[in-house]
Every structure is written in structure tokens, then in C-alpha cells.
Design a protein around this ligand. Structure first.
Ligand code: FEO
Ligand code: CA
Ligand code: CA
Ligand code: CA
Length: 655
């Protein structure tokens, strides 16, 4: 009966995750390159068909031809540090003159009474009191002006069972085969997901967690949450456990996120489809909805032990995920709220900015090949003097999806019920329907299919917004905003919101940089000539703007095989002569992706998240690709948050 091959049986979750994003589920016929020929880029970047680095013979180096420009751009860089040498090895590397200390590792205590990490005797109960797995988003909310005390919030995106559990995975031929799941293993996985809120403070010059803080909290897929905004109480989110359609249970696959100007923490629910299993009855009303978003993904065994993850038993449960969750980190008992007004899709993150008129604008990418770029504009305005007045600002506003035009302009298209095609005729009876099926609504509006939109970061000073497009090897038809077929290395788009108005619906855009190795002409990378052989990268993912207004980009997907380097954190100039110059500041140990990054408001501390270290090749608990960060044979490899400071103090990469 069940023809499905369990993907977990033949591949690690990281492989499955990457491949599922590689497929894409957007079958709408919105224009790609075939419809819009892009004179803007055709001369410079036409590559004709799919691009595989291995097949590229040409190695004419634009760098060699441009030594003079190179020196000029290097002098103009806004970043002052000596870059790290790119490469691959078992540990992390930070630019000279900086410290990179381990702040929190998987299994570390979050509360005074948390059990010590005992990897051979894990339990769900212990895990729920300890730092979770695979840290992705990191945010910092100051508790005073010292720059040395605040609340750290961290997302735990997913779990890697083969690296977490002893005696569970084994190598069989060229595959890693997982063992039999028990309820306890599933419950440990669940408790390792979600988020951590923890007070941290600098003591004797070193940051450390404050274990007895009233703010400390673990959020998991069991934490009770409110469904808020236009979808609250809708029939399509009612379940046996919640006949009101207003109380959700937990959050899943929290990738990146954001902070609001009023000091709350936004957790983006990304690949939530992977946790569901089972099949809907034939012709079920949610079939098209779930198909468009990939439910059920069958990545995990949770449905075998928890009925709500089996869509045949609880068909509406997947409609309760795919949202932005807002958490008040100042109250450990607060009920997190799913802000449905911001739409339901595979939210990579959610970064906010206060517009000139006081409205708050939130940017969010839908991370799947050929999906879209969104922003949300609140109806109400931010009140700096009254925190309480802001707490439900995200429940009312307008959601927009981006259409990038070939002439460098763009339009933000409103996803509003009753406008254009978003009517009952097309199956949208209300705004709740538009939000539950955000992707289908955006298809109908003619949004531009993008090369996997990841983090989207507004620069609060300049009216510019940076969109990380990580890659899309399945693109055969380039378009202006996604200018490379077989886009293996991704690119970054810079949006200029009209007149600095983040709420504007007509804006302009250009490609800041096409990523990859600029010394291979056919790759078509466009880093500035000042970018060294260490400075270029592929697969931009998360990013941050520091207090000095500079862009930092972290990556996901570089490896010895693909780019001869691990992932890392790169400083990317956006202004003047140096525009498009990139320099490597930090690199991760083998197998990891680089997440975070987040700067304290004084730019003196940088938080980075090293996610899934050691996850390379046929890695298992017993044989990871590295034992970072403990390098102890009795300890598994552990994802961890790293805190970076300048030796002797001072602002990072300045002066
Ligand atoms: Fe979780 Fe889009 O990376
Ligand atoms: Ca990401
Ligand atoms: Ca960010
Ligand atoms: Ca990614």
C-alpha cells in the first residue's frame, strides 16, 4: 500500500532537506526567462544551459586583468580586518586579533536545575531543559546600555539523528542507515527543536549564560501557542485537540527569524512539511494546498507516535504551521503567537524595520526553488514609549509579494482578499484563505519565481534591502532577477525602496553580486576585483547589517567539493568603489553551515551559530567528520553558538 520510500533510510536529513528544496513545487506559469528576455544582463551573464563547475575549462581570470581597480577597491573597503584563509578542516577560524568563544552547545544547561549533558543517556525530559540542536537564528536584546548584558534568543531548526544518538546509525555501503525509532527518541528530537531564550552577561571579559535568570526558557513543538490574526478560529485550523482553531501546539523547523523594535523574538517556521506523514483521503479539500507546500514530507517518524503529524488522522494540523511566531522574551510564561497576517509559507526568516511614518515593515523569503519574496506592512504604527501598544501590531496589515521587472523596477503586489484574482471564484472565501494558501495566491498575482529566497535584511538607514538567493540548480530559464541558469552559487539582490519608504509598492532593484568563484570566467561571478581568492563565496543564506550599516553574509552549502571551502561569515561592501568586495571573517568546521549572525548594538560583540558541524560524508554519532567543539572522544560533535569579540575590546572590523 505504501509505495513511499522512507528518505531517512537512505540519506541523511541534510541531504533530504537540500534535495526537497531543489525540486520546487511552483507549477504556476508565471514568467521566467523564457517570457522576459533580460537585455539588462544578457551580454554579461548569459551562460546557456546548466553550469557544472567540473565541466568548466575556461579559467581566464578577471582578477589578473584588473589589478589597478583591485587596489582602489581594497582601499575603499569599509571593513578593516585581515581575512581568514578559506579552506576546510576540523575546526573554526576567526580573523587575527579576534576571539571566537563557545557560548552555548547542544545539551548545555539552560536552567540551574538542568541535568548535565549525558549523551549516552539522553531523555526528552533532560533535553527540554537543555540547549537544543542545530542552532540557526540568533538575536540579542540588550537589558541595559553596557553592551555586556542581554537576552539571547536562538532557533533550533532541526535534528540530525545520525549524529545525536549513540548506536543508532550505521554505514551501509555508501549510505547512512538509521535504526528503529522509539517514542523516546522521537520525543528527544522534538524537545531539541524550537528555541531557547537565555539571559547572558559578560563576566571577567567573557560572555556566559545566566542560569538563574527569570527569562530563561525552552520553546519546543509542544509549547502552547495562540493562533492570532485573520486565520484565528478559522475552520481550516481546527483540530481534535483544538476545536477553537486558536491554540496551536509548538513550532517546527525554525530557521532564521528576527527581532521587533519592541523587543520580541520572531521565529520563522520553514520546512514544516517534513514532519508530517500519512495521506489525505482522495479528493480532500486540502490536497492542492498541501501539494503546493509539500505536505506530507515524511522526513521524520513523529507521526508514528503522535497522531497530529499524520494527515490521515488530523488533516488540518499542517495548516497550523508555516507561520511567523512572535515570542515575548521578557516573560517566560508568555504564550507565543502565530502571526497569521504575515502569511503561511516556508518562512526563512522575518526581519523588521520601522518606516519613516512609524509603520513596521517585515521582510520574509519563502525558501524553496521558484518561490517568492514577501513583505508585510502593519496598519498601525510603532509607539516607542508604550511597549504594550505594539504587542499586537503584527495582527493587522498588508502582505505583499514581489514582482521583479527586467528594467530594474519592481512592484510589491498586495495579497488582499477580493482584490484581483483573490476571490471566491478562485477558492479564496476570505483573507484567511489567502493567508493559508499564500503561495497559491502569489502564483495568481504573477510574482517572480526566485532562486530560493533566504534571509532578507533591510538596512534601517539607507532604504535598501538585501535579499539572499541561495541557489537554484534547477533553473533552466534565467530572468532578470535570477540571471543564471543552473544557478549553483546564488546571488544577492539589493532593493532600493522608493524614497526610502519601506512601505512603498514601487521600488527598484539590482543584483549586488553573483556568487561563486570569480577566477572561473564561466561561473559568471561578479564580486569586485578586490575580492581575494579567500573572499568569494557561494550560497548566501543568512545576513546581518551591523550598527555601522555594513552587510555581513553567512553561507550554507560551501564544501571542499563545491567551492574548496567551508561555509563562513563574509563582510560584503555595498558602497562606493569597494561595492561587491567580499572578505572572509570566520569559517566553520567541516560539515557545518554558518548561521546567526547578530551584532550587539555597539558592534563590539558578534554572535554566530555553527549548525550541523561534522555532517559531511557518511557521518554518524560514532564517526562524525569532526568532534568540534569539544574534541573529546566521549563527546559527540555539537552545534554551538560562538561569540566573537575583538582582543583588547573595540568595534568589530572598524578603526
Ligand atoms: Fe533553513 Fe532556508 O534554510
Ligand atoms: Ca537558512
Ligand atoms: Ca538576518
Ligand atoms: Ca539554507
Amino acid at each position: 500500500m505504501n509505495e513511499q520510500v522512507d528518505p531517512r533510510a537512505i540519506k541523511t536529513l541534510t541531504d533530504v532537506r537540500e534535495e526537497t528544496e531543489d525540486v520546487g513545487r511552483n507549477s504556476s506559469d508565471n514568467p521566467t526567462m523564457g517570457d522576459v528576455i533580460h537585455r539588462r544582463y544578457s551580454r554579461r551573464s548569459f551562460l546557456g544551459g546548466s553550469l557544472a563547475v567540473a565541466a568548466i575549462g575556461s579559467t581566464v581570470s578577471p582578477l589578473a586583468l584588473l589589478a589597478a581597480n583591485r587596489a582602489e577597491a581594497a582601499d575603499a573597503s569599509q571593513f578593516n580586518f585581515v581575512e581568514v584563509e578559506a579552506g576546510v578542516d576540523e575546526t573554526h577560524h576567526i580573523a587575527e586579533g579576534y576571539d571566537a568563544d563557545i557560548l552555548l552547545r547542544w545539551g548545555d544547561k539552560i536552567f540551574t536545575d538542568s541535568p548535565d549533558f549525558d549523551p549516552q543517556n539522553q531523555s526528552a525530559e533532560a533535553q527540554a531543559r537543555q540547549f537544543g540542536y542545530n542552532n540557526d537564528y540568533v538575536g540579542f536584546i540588550p537589558l541595559d546600555d553596557s553592551g555586556e548584558h542581554g537576552i539571547l534568543v536562538v532557533n533550533h531548526e532541526y535534528t540530525s539523528a545520525e549524529l545525536m544518538f549513540p548506536n543508532f546509525a550505521r554505514v551501509s555501503g555508501a549510505k547512512v542507515q538509521l535504526g528503529e525509532y522509539t517514542q523516546e527518541l522521537v520525543d528527544i528530537e522534538m524537545a531539541a527543536h524550537g528555541g531557547t531564550v537565555t539571559e547572558i552577561q559578560k563576566v571577567d571579559g567573557k560572555w556566559q549564560p545566566v542560569l538563574d535568570s527569570e527569562y530563561n526558557r525552552r520553546i519546543t513543538p509542544d509549547t502552547e501557542m495562540e493562533i492570532a490574526g485573520p486565520v484565528a478560529g478559522h475552520d481550516r485550523v481546527k483540530t481534535n485537540a483544538d476545536p477553537s482553531g486558536t491554540r496551536a501546539f509548538g513550532t517546527l523547523n525554525n530557521c532564521a527569524g528576527g527581532l521587533t523594535p519592541w523587543g520580541t523574538y520572531l521565529m520563522a517556521e520553514e520546512n514544516f512539511h517534513g514532519y508530517f506523514d500519512g495521506s489525505l483521503p482522495w479528493g480532500h479539500k486540502e490536497s492542492e494546498n498541501y501539494q503546493r507546500i509539500g505536505v506530507p514530507g515524511g522526513w521524520y517518524k513523529w507521526a508514528s507516535f503522535h497522531d497530529r503529524f499524520d494527515v490521515s488522522k488530523e488533516p488540518n494540523e499542517p495548516n497550523r504551521f508555516g507561520w511567523i511566531v512572535e515570542v515575548d522574551p521578557f516573560d517566560a510564561n508568555s504564550v507565543p503567537k502565530k502571526r497569521t497576517a504575515l502569511g503561511r509559507f516556508k518562512h526563512e526568516g522575518c526581519e523588521t524595520v520601522v518606516n519613516g511614518d512609524g509603520r513596521v515593515v517585515c521582510y520574509s523569503g519563502d525558501d524553496e526553488r521558484f518561490d517568492y519574496v514577501y513583505k508585510f506592512v502593519t496598519d498601525g504604527t510603532f509607539d516607542e514609549g508604550d511597549r504594550g501598544a505594539n504587542m499586537d501590531l503584527l495582527d493587522e496589515g498588508r502582505l505583499y509579494v514581489a514582482r521583479f521587472d527586467e528594467d530594474g523596477t519592481m512592484e510589491w503586489l498586495p495579497l488582499v482578499h477580493g482584490e484581483g484574482p483573490l476571490t471566491a471564484e478562485n477558492g479564496f472565501e476570505s483573507q484567511a484563505d489567502v493567508l493559508i494558501e499564500t503561495r497559491r495566491a502569489a502564483d495568481l498575482l504573477g510574482a517572480t519565481k526566485m532562486d530560493r529566497p533566504e534571509d532578507i535584511q533591510p538596512n534601517p538607514e539607507t532604504g535598501k534591502v538585501y535579499v539572499m538567493l541561495t541557489n537554484n540548480t534547477r533553473r533552466t530559464e534565467p530572468d532578470a532577477a535570477n540571471p543564471r541558469a543552473g544557478n549553483e552559487f546564488g546571488h544577492i539582490i539589493e532593493i532600493t525602496e522608493a524614497d526610502g519608504d519601506y512601505a512603498s509598492t514601487r521600488s527598484t532593484w539590482e543584483v549586488l553580486v553573483k556568487c561563486g568563484d570569480p577566477s572561473i570566467a564561466a561561473v559568471g561571478a561578479t564580486f569586485s576585483p578586490a575580492t581575494s581568492e579567500n573572499g568569494w563565496f557561494g550560497m548566501p543564506d543568512n545576513c546581518a547589517i551591523d550598527a555601522a550599516g555594513r552587510l555581513w553574509v553567512s553561507t550554507d552549502g560551501n564544501s571542499k567539493e563545491k567551492t574548496g571551502r567551508t561555509d563562513g561569515l563574509w563582510a560584503v561592501d555595498t558602497e562606493g568603489e569597494a561595492r561587491g568586495t567580499s572578505k572572509l571573517f570566520f569559517r566553520v568546521p567541516v560539515g557545518a553551515e554558518m548561521c546567526g549572525p547578530y551584532f550587539t548594538p555597539d558592534d563590539e560583540t558578534l554572535f554566530l551559530a555553527v549548525q550541523h558541524p561534522g555532517d559531511e560524508g557518511l557521518a554518524t554519532y560514532e564517526q562524525p567528520a569532526t568532534r568540534w567543539p569539544d574534541f573529546d572522544d566521549n563527546m559527540p560533535v555539537r552545534p554551538a553558538v560562538v561569540v566573537v569579540t575583538k582582543q583588547g575590546g573595540g568595534k568589530i572590523a572598524q578603526g
